[in-house]
Design a binder for this molecule. Structure first.
Ligand code: AHR
Length: 502
């Protein structure tokens, strides 16, 4: 009785009108469908853009907003709860116009530079030492994006030396004088960003040569040199870079934004109809086609899969909010669906996809937290990162989902989407996403045992959290029920469920 009540209450909470139920069948096989899900696919991206750093994360040690050495405690504590495995910084486009020397030494003496891409002036108050302090506060690996577009290779290699040298070199001593005795542990170093665009408008052949030249001078123990890759659906670029420079990189990147348009105009983040909902989710699922296409080209040059694919920018990109900082947008239940679908896709391609970084952490694009002065609110996207935490390090399992498709306007989509994995403790993890905004789904499975976890849903497609109503979209407990042949999950419309089966 209690279990039946759970689903009924869930439907009521989702405000579902009585509608025909989607009947789906999930068959889970016990064999692994790929290598483990690297925790770093739950990574982040932080750029000097709008209030992504200044205001959103950094308030300065002198601020009344509670902070630890300048980084705001509310945001840091929230992020620590979901675990931040890796964080990419300082850009984005910003990276290829950034001189790392501007951000070290006495903060009062640091130069102020125009932020070429995102407007305003960067005070350089946040530089290498501050960022690495944030990484340590979060327990995160640092992923530094180096400047290939507008600085010589020597500048890039010296930044690496400054951070990682344990010798008595002049740069290591300078770091010590600036307050950091021990070298930092740095695992990831990006060689430029979007070199086909804001990173220098290079031809693929030119970029391949540039990459080799810069990568030659990057050496630190176990360093992953990340080549700037595709962001425009350009197969040729992938081919040229992998063929000519693949041997001098350990990772290659893909940028994929869910940016639904109407003509030349981006769609709004809130106040949309079912067609826009469907269009956005379809657009989000398109990331899988791109991963497949890029992986296929990579396979041609790297059959052993030595070079990893990092989706180091992904997320929704809607029309910005007037009067707010650059690329500030609200994040609704629809964004949460995009996040869940993206994670399901990443789990299906663990042979190549070893890292993904949501764009961006705070106040920019598909943010996990929004701030306004001292106030902070966590978005539905944050809660998806939370729900999916058990998948970090789990092994994906082969699963077959038979579910009808649904249509909205001329968009056709799966009605239900899934990911299944085996956790280190032996339990089976199951994520189900009901994409249909109106109809509940009943998913009959061959899984045995007891399944409990959480779900994320709301009454409207654009439900979101605000400073006044921070708990409009938050996870609720969820329990599956036993059916004749296995567990049955009743998933309300527009809902994400993650359970652990024991
Ligand atoms: O995330 C915003 C921008 O999108 C990044 O700076 C750039 O790399 C991409 O085009």
């Amino acid at each position: 009785m209690k279990l039946l009540m759970t689903a009924a209450l869930a439907l009521a909470a989702a405000g579902a009108a009585p509608a025909q139920t989607i009947e789906a069948r999930l068959t889970v096989a016990q064999e692994a469908a790929g290598p483990r899900i690297e925790p770093t696919v739950y990574g982040h991206f932080v750029e000097h853009l709008g209030s992504g750093v200044y205001g959103g994360l950094w308030v300065g040690p002198e601020s009344d907003i509670p902070n630890t050495r300048g980084w705001r405690n509310d945001v840091v504590q929230s992020l620590r709860r979901i675990g931040v495995p890796v964080m990419r910084w300082p850009g984005g486009c910003f990276a290829d116009d950034y001189d790392w020397r501007d951000g070290i030494g006495d903060p009062a003496q640091r130069p102020k530079r125009p932020n070429r891409w995102w407007g305003g002036v960067d005070t350089n108050r946040v530089g290498t030492h501050e960022f690495m302090d944030l990484a340590e506060q979060l327990g995160s690996e640092a992923y530094i994006a180096g400047n290939m577009g507008s600085m010589p290779p020597r500048a890039m290699s010296q930044w690496l030396e400054y951070m990682t040298a344990d010798s008595n070199s002049t740069l290591a001593d300078e770091r010590r004088r600036n307050g950091r005795d021990k070298p930092w542990k740095l695992k990831y170093f990006g060689v430029g960003n979007e070199s086909w665009g804001c990173g220098g408008n290079m031809r693929a052949e030119f970029q391949a040569d540039m990459h080799k030249r810069y990568a030659t001078f990057l050496s630190a123990p176990d360093l992953v040199r990340v080549a700037s890759g595709d962001g425009q659906g350009d197969d040729r670029l992938v081919d040229v870079l992998m063929e000519r420079a693949g041997w001098q990189m350990e990772a290659f990147t893909l940028h994929y934004y869910t940016m639904p348009m109407e003509g030349q105009k981006k769609l709004p983040a809130l106040g949309f109809d079912t067609v826009a909902w469907a269009k956005t989710l379809k657009n989000a699922l398109g990331i899988e086609d791109r991963i497949v296409a890029v992986s296929r080209i990579m396979d041609k040059h790297d059959a052993a899969k030595r070079v990893a694919l990092y989706v180091d920018e992904w997320g929704t990109w809607f029309e910005g909010e007037p009067g707010k900082s650059a690329l500030y947008q609200q994040s609704s239940l629809r964004d949460a669906m995009v996040a869940a679908l993206s994670f399901n896709v990443f789990h299906r391609h663990t042979d190549r996809v070893k890292m993904a970084n949501i764009a961006q952490m705070v106040n920019v694009l598909q943010a996990l937290a929004l701030t306004d002065g001292p106030r902070m609110v966590l978005t539905p996207t944050y809660h998806v990162f939370d729900l999916y935490q058990p998948f970090k390090g789990a092994t994906p399992l082969a699963a077959k989902l038979d579910a009808p498709r649904w249509r909205s306007g001329d968009v056709e989509l799966p009605s239900v989407e899934t990911s299944v994995a085996r956790a280190a403790d032996g339990s089976t993890l199951l994520a189900l996403v009901n994409l249909d905004p109106a109809r509940p789904a009943r998913v009959a499975t061959n899984l045995k045992g007891q399944a409990s976890g959480r779900m994320l849903t709301a009454a409207t497609m654009d439900a979101h959290n605000t400073f006044a109503q921070p708990r409009a979209v938050v996870p609720a407990p969820y329990t599956a029920r036993a059916g004749a042949q296995g567990l049955v999950l009743d998933v309300p419309p527009k809902t994400i469920v993650v359970v652990s089966v024991r």
